[in-house]
Design a protein around this ligand. Structure first.
Ligand code: UGA
Length: 477
């Protein structure tokens, strides 16, 4: 049998699932993006038979061979292990997978709607409808996607309307808090498990599904549907607020001559505040925080909760202003114009350990300087291909040294470890002008300064160093 047969034929799918999970609920996972692929693999790791479903045959075929179409540390290995052990299979056949399973996790995307900040709920509605219609025996639909508050109650009505007579089906909400780059760890060992809208029987079923993390102390919070939906969005909104808070303070540090990193360290020792997500710099991006706070603003506006709207709007404003601040610093470092100046951009991904460039602050800055006439050369250890697809007009280097050679200014925009530990002395020798804008406050300023660099952090004084007089801007070859 080929992998392709397994992904389309229900009987073959059942054969493919030759796992040792008999007696346990069987699990289907609808949608195999970051969330779904990781959740499916983690459920198999926890000892369940799992079928991952996706409408995209190429993605399904790749996953069935353990090829993950995005960079996520540890995930390909986990998928290969459990496809081989027979606990994990992938298919395009939603009805077949649902018929074989008891718990159905809906993990499809809720992207920003075109021309609006509202979430596009068409995928989650369609997936829920299709699961309910395909259920041949009693089961539980579990929503994991990030949705605006009020969605789950509507989906529950869809389930009730679609399910066949005689089949008992309920829908509950169980939001996901995984971070890209740590997705496997976050799913296997979550901080908390939120169960929204459960009754005694669905609660018992989900406690069986999550028995492993619960046994190791992960707290379970049972609540109603709207609370569960809002926990997820509020968690991301709070993280975004923390980042914008420290970035607002970093502006104050800069004008007052204070150091925001030392300040954040001191704040962080107060465990009511905590040190995490207090790194000042270029701000947040990615497929979640920006989209989720805008969807929250949209939904809060609809519901007339205006204080949340005002707060989140400010958070977004402060965040976007950080990108402009870095653009301004790059222009300043080049003597007032970047036209024909060589700019080395270290980082394209929205954060380290991912190849995701959705709403990447780094690419936003790189593209803005490119549009101002700079000769921008971007380097990233994992995100070159995804960045090239998003910004085909940008140029990319293979190594940090290649990007920095002849650069008039270097911008550290994503704090990949290989950038932070790069050979500062060697790079100083090849740069045209050794000035680095440390937009993630990640470099050891003393080391870089001793190696001959002027280091310009955000929210802290620049290291003093006589700058070389800039040569006239090089004309493009
Ligand atoms: C975020 C949340 O952290 C997850 O809990 C959530 O499950 C996920 O969204 C989601 O909704 O699916 P993620 O988008 O992977 O996860 O990224 P984060 O690690 O939260 O980082 C977001 C952005 O904030 C990055 O651009 C990062 O560079 C930036 N950041 C982070 C800062 O600028 N400063 C910090 O101190 C921390």
């Amino acid at each position: 049998m080929t992998e392709n047969d397994r992904t389309t034929d229900p009987a073959a799918l059942e054969d493919a699932l030759a796992g040792d999970a008999s007696g346990r609920p069987r699990i289907s996972v609808i949608g195999t993006g970051y969330l779904g692929a990781t959740h499916a693999a983690a459920m198999a790791e926890m000892g369940f038979d799992v079928i991952g479903v996706d409408a995209d045959p190429a993605k399904v075929a790749a996953l069935a061979e353990g090829r993950v179409p995005f960079f996520e540390p540890g995930l390909p290995e986990l998928i290969v292990e459990h496809v081989s052990s027979g606990r994990l299979a992938f298919t395009t056949d939603l009805a077949g997978a649902v018929a074989l399973s008891d718990v159905h996790f809906v993990c499809v995307g809720t992207p920003q709607r075109r021309g609006s900040h509202a979430a596009d709920l068409s995928y989650v509605e369609e997936a829920t409808r299709a699961v309910a219609a395909a259920m041949s025996h009693d089961g539980l639909v579990v929503g994991k996607s990030t949705v605006p508050v009020g969605t789950a109650a509507r989906l529950r009505e869809i389930v009730a309307a679609e399910v066949r007579p005689g089949v008992r089906a309920d829908l509950v909400w169980n939001p996901e808090f995984l971070r890209e780059g740590h997705a496997v760890e976050d799913t296997l060992r979550p901080d908390r498990i939120v169960l929204g809208g459960t009754d005694a029987s669905s609660e018992a079923l989900l406690r069986e599904v999550y028995a492993q993390p619960i046994a190791t102390g992960t707290p379970v919070i049972s609540c109603d549907l709207p609370t569960a939906e809002l926990v997820k969005v509020s968690a991301n909104a709070f993280l975004a607020t923390k980042i914008s808070f420290i970035n607002a303070i970093s502006e104050l540090c800069e004008v007052a001559g204070a150091d925001v990193t030392t300040l954040a360290d001191a704040l962080g020792h107060d465990d009511r505040i905590g040190r995490k997500f207090l790194n000042a710099g270029l701000g947040f991006g990615g497929g979640c925080l920006p989209k989720d706070i805008r969807a929250l603003v949209h939904r809060a506006n609809e519901l007339g909760a205006h204080r949340a709207v005002g707060l989140m709007h400010q958070v977004d404003e402060i965040n976007m202003a950080q990108r402009q601040r870095v653009i301004d610093l790059a222009i300043e470092a080049c003597g007032g114009s970047v036209l024909n100046r060589r700019v080395a951009v270290l980082g394209a991904a929205f954060k380290p350990h991912t190849d995701d460039v959705r709403d990447s602050p780094a690419l936003n800055v790189a593209a803005a300087l490119h549009l101002r006439g700079a000769q921008v050369l971007v380097v990233d250890p994992e995100a070159t291909a995804t960045a090239q697809r998003s910004f085909p007009t940008l140029a990319f280097a293979d190594t940090v040294a290649e990007a920095v050679t002849d650069a008039d200014v270097v911008l550290l925009l994503t704090e990949w470890p290989e950038f932070v530990t790069a050979d500062a002395a060697g790079l100083a020798e090849v740069a045209a002008n050794p000035v680095v804008v440390d937009a993630r406050n990640a470099l050891d300023a003393a080391v870089w300064s001793a190696a001959g660099w002027e280091v310009r952090p955000l929210g802290a004084p620049a290291t003093a160093r006589a700058r070389r007089t800039l040569a006239p801007a090089a004309l493009p070859a």
